[in-house]
Write a protein that binds this ligand. Structure first.
Ligand SMILES: Nc1nc2c(ncn2[C@@H]2O[C@H](COP(=O)(O)OP(=O)(O)OP(=O)(O)O)[C@@H](O)[C@H]2O)c(=O)[nH]1
Ligand SMILES: [Mg+2]
Length: 369
């Protein structure tokens, strides 16, 4: 499961400020010598790797980075101010290449690692430097040196923060296409997705995370049944799983007119709970650690119950009660929040889901939310 996030940017360091041509002019010294100061240095453009970022999204919004030029030198041997340098933050794991030659220039592997990618030009020397015993009044100074310019390609192999799991047809691919720019195949038959898809989810203000759409899981997956088992190991690396339940399984329980509503709700919730437990068991059998992972339970296809919104609410309450009752038996702490319901078709609940996931992912990474 490799997915490369890419960004192409231009960087330019600041030019050095020119040196100054100036002579001392004081009443007591009618023909003073040269006193032109040096120009300031141009600012550098550096990259700094941080664990706080997971994608290259920020660099999509700003493609050019220009550090400040050094200032002119001035009279009385005053040096010009140095230009401000720029630091561009990038995620750990970013590879920087020359855009034209594809040569790898730097590979960031650690938090806090820094690389000066474009050096600012040196400031020009003021005319003071050019005076000699025989040539005492130089009327020239050095210009500032040009700053370096580069066109770069940044690449980042993405690792998913959240994985979407569930039975085939639950709507995992529909969900990833709704919350990211990924365009996986979506169809009304099981095992549409053959390999995981990754997508970048933008939250707000450059905050983003990566989500993986895992092929549908079925009972026996841990022994190699279906397709999902090949990808269970990818779930190991994500920090949170979104367990997507297919709301269509509730249709039978929501519309049967011969039974009173309460019984239908209970049965519906039981059915979802049964499906949920079956997938959880597969995860546990594959790797017990997977069942310790942070998880959000989400019922999809809420639009199917548009005429009876209270039904879905009651199912969630009932499902929560079942989870609570059995959490001890499963030997794991109860999930902190209520199961969510969403509709990929109408968009309902999607915004809340994105924000909830971001909160949990950010918490896990120690990022300020
Ligand atoms: N009514 C309704 N249908 C949905 C919703 N989300 C997905 N579907 C439909 O459900 C079917 C399955 O969707 P997919 O996204 O392909 O399901 P999947 O979970 O990726 O399935 P696999 O790749 O086979 O594991 C498609 O026909 C979708 O159009 C929804 O919110 N409401
Ligand atoms: Mg799919």
């Amino acid at each position: 499961m490799r997915f490369i996030d890419e960004a192409k940017i231009k960087i330019a360091a600041g030019h050095g400020g020119p040196g100054c041509v100036s002579f001392r002019r004081e009443k007591s010294i009618p023909r003073g010598g040269p006193d032109g100061g040096d120009g300031g240095k141009g600012g550098h453009v550096s990259f700094v790797a941080t664990n706080q970022l997971g994608t290259l999204q920020d660099l999509r919004f700003r493609r050019e980075y220009q550090a400040e030029n050094g200032r002119h030198g001035s009279g009385k041997n005053k040096a010009g101010r140095d230009g401000e340098s720029i630091e561009v933050k990038i995620p750990v794991g970013t590879l920087i290449k020359d855009l034209e030659t594809d040569e790898i220039l730097f590979d960031f592997t650690e938090d806090g690692q820094r690389w000066v990618a474009a050096r600012g030009g040196r400031g020009g020397k003021g005319n003071t430097h050019f005076a000699t015993a025989t040539f005492q009044a130089p009327k020239f100074a050095q210009p500032g040196e040009d700053g370096e310019k580069r066109e770069l390609k940044l690449e980042l192999k993405l690792l998913a923060d959240a994985s979407l799991i569930g039975y085939p047809n639950a709507g995992k691919s529909t969900l990833i296409s709704r919350i990211s720019a990924a365009h996986p195949k979506i169809a009304d038959y099981p095992f549409t997705t053959l390999v995981p898809n990754l997508g970048v989810v933008n939250v707000t203000d450059g905050k983003s995370f990566v989500v993986a759409d895992i092929p549908g899981l079925i009972e026996g997956a841990h022994k190699g049944l279906g397709l999902g088992h090949k990808f269970l190991k990818h779930i190991e690396r994500t920090s949170i799983t979104v367990h997507l339940l297919d709301g269509a399984h509730l249709l039978d329980f929501s519309t049967r007119p011969d039974e009173h509503e309460g019984a239908n709700v209970k049965e519906g919730a039981k059915e979802l709970y049964r499906l949920y437990c079956a997938i959880r068991k597969e995860l546990e059998l594959f790797n017990a650690d997977l069942s310790e992972k942070d998880e959000v339970i989400v019922i999809n296809k809420g639009d199917l119950f548009q005429g009876q919104p209270e039904f879905l609410e009651q199912v969630k309450v009932e499902l929560r009660a079942l989870l609570k009752k059995n959490s001890k038996k499963m030997g794991r702490p109860l999930l902190a929040q209520e199961p969510l319901s969403i509709s990929c078709a109408s968009g309902e609940g999607i915004h809340e889901l994105i924000h909830l996931l971001w909160e949990r992912i950010a918490e896990g990474k120690g990022i300020m939310k």
